[in-house]
Design a protein. Structure first.
Length: 527
C-alpha cells in the first residue's frame, strides 16, 4: 500500500504543477500525469541488476535530462517538430488500443457470455451519444454518465465487484522508505543509463505533443502554440520523475487522454487541473474511494477508453496536418508509425531483439517509433541546404545591413528581381515589427537580432531570433482577417508582411523569440 500511496502522491503533485500556471514549472493547462508504461521494461531491468536503489538512482539522474531538454528546447525545435510530436501521439493510440480491446473482454470465467458485450455497448452508446448530440451541460458529464450506465448494465451479471469496495478501508496511510541513492555507481548503472535517458526523451516528446495539442482544444479561439507552455510542461514532468525516484515508484508522464477529455467535456480551466491534482493526493489516503474506481468492470473501462483513444488519434493527425504535409514529412510519419507498430506487436525480428538492451529500447512501440522519427528528422535537418546568417543590433539602423544580406542571398539562389524585392520587403517589414515591439522597453537594454536564411525548393525561409515581450506575431496576423481595413500605423507593417510572405510563424520560448517568415519565388514561366 505504501507504493500505491507513493504513486498517488507522486502523480498528484506533478498534475497540479502543469495546471498551476504558465511559468518555469507549469503549463497553465489541464495535463493529467500518471505512471509511464514506457519505463516498465527499463525499471524491471534496473531492479534485477541492482535492486530499488539502482532504479531510484537511474530515475533521478535521467529526470535531469528532462530539465536540460526544456531549457534547450529552442535549439532542438527542428528535431522535435509537430510532425514528430503528432507521430508519437498516433503511436500512443496504436500501442494502447490492443490493450484496451483486451480490457473490454476481461471478465471472470464464470460470467455470462453476453455480459461483456452488453456492458461495453451501453457505455459506448451513452458516451458516443452525449459526445455527438449532447448539450454542453450534459457533455460535461459524458464520461461519468457513460461509466455509471455501463456499471449499471454490468451489475446484474456480477461484473461490478461490490465486495472489493466493501472490504476496502476508509482511511489508510502507509509510509514507505526511501530506497536510497547509489553515489558510487558501477558498470550496471552506466550500462542501463542510456536506456533510461532514451525512454526519458521519448516521454518528453510525448509531453511536447500533449502540451501542444492541449492548447488547441483548451482555447476558445485558435492561437499560435506557446512554447513557454511546452517548456513548463516538460519541467513539471521532470519534477514528477524526480519525485518518483525519491519515492521509489515508476516515473510519471503526461497522460495523452487529457486532450480528448478536455475536448469532450469542454473543460480547460487550469483550476480544474489543480483540483484533479489535489484529488489524486487525497484519494491516495482513502482506499475506499480508490476501490470504487478499481472495481469498474473491464468492458466498461475499455469501451470508454475506446472513445478517448479514438479522439486522441485524430488529435495526432490534426497536429501533423496543421504543420503541412509534403513527401518528406509523409515518409517520416508513415515509416515511424508502422515500424513502431511492428515492434509493439512483435512483427519485426522478434527473435533478434529478445533480451538485452535492444528489447528494452525496441520492445515498446512508442519508443521504437519515436527513435525512428527523430533519426529521420535529424537526417533531413543535417542534409538540408546551408544557412546564411546575419547578426546585428535590433534597431532601425539594421535595415541596410538586412537588405544587403537578403539581396546577396537571393542572388545566390538565382531569384529574379520581382522575387528578390518580395523577399527583401518581407524581411524589412518583419524587422520593422520587431523594432516596433522593442520600443518602450528598458532604455539601457541593447538587444541583438540573428537572421538566418536558407532555401527549401522554391521557397526562402528566414528566421529572426531575438527577445520580445509583446504579443505573438502569428496571432496578430490572424486577427487582421477579422478587423476592418481601417488605417492604423501600428498595423501597416503587419498588413504588408501578410501581403509579401506566404507563411509566418512565431515561437515564443522563455527568454527567446523565433519568427519564421517564408517567401515563395515567382513561378518560372512555362514554355
Amino acid at each position: 500500500r505504501g507504493g500505491v500511496c507513493g504513486a498517488g502522491g507522486g502523480r498528484g503533485r506533478p498534475t497540479t504543477l502543469p495546471a498551476g500556471g504558465g511559468g518555469w514549472g507549469g503549463a497553465g493547462h489541464v495535463l493529467i500525469m500518471g505512471t509511464s508504461g514506457a519505463f516498465i521494461a527499463v525499471c524491471v531491468a534496473a531492479l534485477v541488476e541492482g535492486g530499488p536503489t539502482m532504479m531510484a538512482s537511474l530515475i533521478i539522474v535521467s529526470s535531469l535530462f528532462q530539465f536540460a531538454l526544456a531549457s534547450r528546447l529552442s535549439l532542438l525545435r527542428r528535431i522535435f517538430t509537430p510532425v514528430v510530436s503528432g507521430t508519437v501521439i498516433l503511436l500512443i493510440a496504436a500501442t494502447v488500443m490492443p490493450i484496451v480491446f483486451d480490457t473490454m473482454m476481461a471478465v471472470p470465467e464464470d460470467t455470462a457470455t453476453e455480459a461483456a458485450p452488453i456492458a461495453a455497448a451501453v457505455t459506448l452508446v451513452v458516451v458516443g451519444a452525449l459526445v455527438l448530440r449532447g448539450p454542453p451541460a450534459w457533455r460535461l458529464w459524458a464520461p461519468f454518465i457513460g461509466i455509471v450506465a455501463g456499471c449499471a448494465a454490468g451489475a446484474p451479471f456480477g461484473l461490478y465487484d461490490v465486495g472489493q469496495v466493501a472490504d476496502a478501508a476508509w482511511v489508510g496511510v502507509s509510509v514507505g522508505t526511501f530506497p536510497g541513492i547509489d553515489v558510487t555507481p558501477g558498470i550496471d548503472f552506466w550500462a542501463l543509463l542510456p536506456a533510461f535517458v532514451v525512454v526519458t526523451i521519448v516521454g518528453a516528446v510525448e509531453t511536447i505533443g500533449d502540451s501542444i495539442a492541449i492548447q488547441g482544444v483548451s482555447r476558445r479561439r485558435p492561437r499560435a502554440t506557446d512554447f513557454r507552455v511546452v517548456q513548463g510542461a516538460l519541467n513539471a514532468d521532470g519534477v514528477g520523475n524526480f519525485l518518483s525516484g525519491i519515492l521509489g515508484t515508476l516515473p510519471n508522464t503526461t497522460y495523452s487522454s487529457s486532450v480528448p477529455i478536455a475536448e469532450v467535456t469542454g473543460i480547460g480551466a487550469r483550476r480544474v487541473g489543480v483540483v484533479i491534482g489535489v484529488t489524486f493526493i487525497v484519494v491516495a489516503f482513502f482506499p475506499k474511494v480508490a476501490a470504487l474506481v478499481i472495481a469498474i468492470p473491464g468492458p466498461v473501462a475499455g469501451a470508454y477508453l475506446t472513445v478517448l483513444i479514438a479522439l486522441l488519434f485524430v488529435q495526432g493527425m490534426q497536429l501533423i496536418v496543421r504543420d503541412g504535409l509534403d513527401h518528406r514529412k509523409a515518409a517520416v510519419v508513415g515509416v515511424s508509425f508502422w515500424v513502431g507498430t511492428g515492434f509493439q506487436n512483435q512483427w519485426i525480428f522478434p527473435d533478434l531483439i529478445e533480451g538485452g538492451f535492444l528489447e528494452v529500447l525496441l520492445g515498446n512501440g512508442m519508443t521504437a517509433g519515436t527513435i525512428v522519427a527523430v533519426i529521420m528528422v535529424a537526417f533531413l535537418e543535417l542534409t538540408s541546404s546551408r544557412r546564411s546568417q546575419l547578426n546585428v543590433a535590433l534597431d532601425s539602423k539594421a535595415h541596410s545591413a538586412l537588405e544587403q544580406f537578403l539581396r546577396t542571398f537571393a542572388a545566390r539562389a538565382r531569384w529574379d528581381d520581382a522575387s528578390t524585392e518580395r523577399l527583401t520587403s518581407a524581411g524589412e517589414e518583419t524587422l520593422a515589427i520587431l523594432v516596433q515591439e522593442t520600443e518602450g522597453g528598458d532604455e539601457g537594454t541593447s538587444r541583438r537580432l540573428a537572421v538566418r536564411a536558407r532555401m527549401d525548393g522554391r521557397k526562402a525561409e528566414m528566421e529572426f531570433v531575438t527577445v520580445l515581450e509583446g504579443e505573438n506575431m502569428e496571432d496578430r496576423l490572424s486577427y487582421l482577417r477579422e478587423l476592418p481595413a481601417v488605417p492604423d500605423e501600428h498595423e501597416v507593417s503587419f498588413r504588408l508582411l501578410w501581403h509579401y510572405a506566404s507563411d509566418v510563424g512565431h515561437q515564443k520560448y522563455h527568454g527567446l523569440d523565433i519568427v519564421t517568415v517564408t517567401v515563395e519565388a515567382r513561378p518560372e514561366p512555362t514554355r
